[in-house]
Write a protein that binds this ligand. Sequence first.
Ligand SMILES: Cc1cc2nc3c(=O)[nH]c(=O)nc-3n(C[C@H](O)[C@H](O)[C@H](O)COP(=O)(O)OP(=O)(O)OC[C@H]3O[C@@H](n4cnc5c(N)ncnc54)[C@H](O)[C@@H]3O)c2cc1C
Length: 268
Amino acid sequence: MARELSTARLARKECISEVAQCYHFEFVVDAMESFPYAPGQFVSAVAEDVNGKMQTRAYSIASAAAGNRFELCVNRVEEGFFSNHLADLPDLPVGGTIQIHGPHGHFVLQEPITDSILVATGTGVAPMRAYTQWLFPSGGPDRSNGKQIWLVYGTRHETDIYYQKEFEALAARVPNFHYLPTLSRALDSWSGLRGHVQVHVSKIVEERAARLGLPLPQPAVDPAISPKDLRFDIYAYICGLNFMVSGVRELLTGYGWHRKQIVFERYD
Ligand SMILES: Cc1cc2nc3c(=O)[nH]c(=O)nc-3n(C[C@H](O)[C@H](O)[C@H](O)COP(=O)(O)OP(=O)(O)OC[C@H]3O[C@@H](n4cnc5c(N)ncnc54)[C@H](O)[C@@H]3O)c2cc1C
């Protein structure tokens, strides 16, 4: 069955990394008063390619719901159709439109909010930005319940740390938000964290367990508890390419984490 499409008008477009060719987009759905969604969900964008074939791609929404607006963060994929269609100025100038359906997806925060480790690489930071905007709105009440929220963001070079200033400002404003960008190919001049995200996720898990006096690996969940009644005091949310997502899932499973504690979205 064909999905109902909505038209989204581009209000702003900014290249946020020349080197990585990553773009930030702000869209408005003029025909709707509000475009509601849960942070972490995605829209499906639809466009016709040069052969007249309709192409659909998923893009995580990079902002918390606000009226009829939503934001995306997309990087060009070499030879890719849709990412270049969005990024190319002649294809999509400010004021131009795209067709979308959604919101879709289950990559959403578990409630009540618990301590949470957000793990992202590349544009996988998009849903994390939506989460943090929702948890710590600048003009509204905090929704984090005072829980510890870590964002571990992995990339190769300093030039592709997307939204770095925003996350640094949030970490400076909110004591329970911890921002940990880490580089796998850092220059000597980089004074921040190095290595893959796994290294830093391990540290968080181990230091937290030591601080709270919790055993590691975590004891197995009683199989008599029905999956719908399972509740945990910490969750991980992982988003990016499958290679990284699988690595972090494996790491956490090794600490005895239950699969329901590990929420993930794969882009490939
Ligand atoms: C739920 C979901 C949410 C997503 N959210 C985002 C987002 O917020 N931002 C974003 O930039 N992308 C996101 N993606 C990926 C996006 O849907 C497209 O796959 C991506 O933009 C490439 O599409 P394309 O048409 O440009 O390339 P295609 O024409 O589909 O592919 C061209 C070539 O690139 C390879 N390729 C496809 N996708 C990727 C990729 N992501 N990285 C590297 N190589 C790739 C393909 O294997 C193919 O060889 C998301 C994917 C999913 C499933």
